[in-house]
Design a protein around this ligand. Sequence first.
Ligand SMILES: [Fe+2]
Length: 248
Amino acid sequence: MQDKISMGMNRTGLKTSPLLADELLEQLDLQADAPAPAIDADALRRAYREDAEPVGSVPPPTSIKGMFGAAVEALGGHRMHVLLDKLGERAAYERSGVRIYEAMLRKLDGAEDLPPGLTEAALREIRDDEASHFALLCDAIERLGGDSTTQTPCADITGVQALGLVQVMNDPRTTTAQALETLLAVERIDTASWELLVSLMDGFGQEELANEFSRAHVRELEHEERVRGWFTAAIHQRALGDSKAKAG
Ligand SMILES: [Fe+2]
């Protein structure tokens, strides 16, 4: 696939038609002077917020060990359900990450002018990391007495957030560079989230899990760095010519 972005007959800008643009701006001025609408949108939103139920809940621990651990943590002011919610979120995200890298692998099929270092093998390596991080999170949830098959509230939210990312990755029209920019967004969220999880594990005194999570965080930082390199090189290739493209 070649980079499909080129100059063409895009008519979305105001300067395409100065005459019609003036007419449009006049209409906007008229609207600004118009009386306020009968429905107060802010009041309506406030009413919805006041009536809204939370997005799901976290179930109680499923094992005796988990119940005991939650009780002990509660005595210390720690809330195990908050931790389990964040672990559930990351597990859902890493599972989506595997699918997003699968989509990137499909996009690479037949692609031309790839930035240096962007290979199927490199993408598979990252995809496999995401899969192993998913397994690590499931294991951690179970070790803490939770149920790794639960869709927690934050897992639900992260799924909704990722909808646009997944959509861009699977859109047949999107270019390699656009897909790489999407991956960069994915990886930046990943690194920040793993950093948070490491600090939470420290806070809960889970030394072993904190160490395992630290290793995952380091891998995620490497992903971010590689994807950023590929993305920058892809845009440099297009905008500045091959000579400026650096290996990712
Ligand atoms: Fe990653």
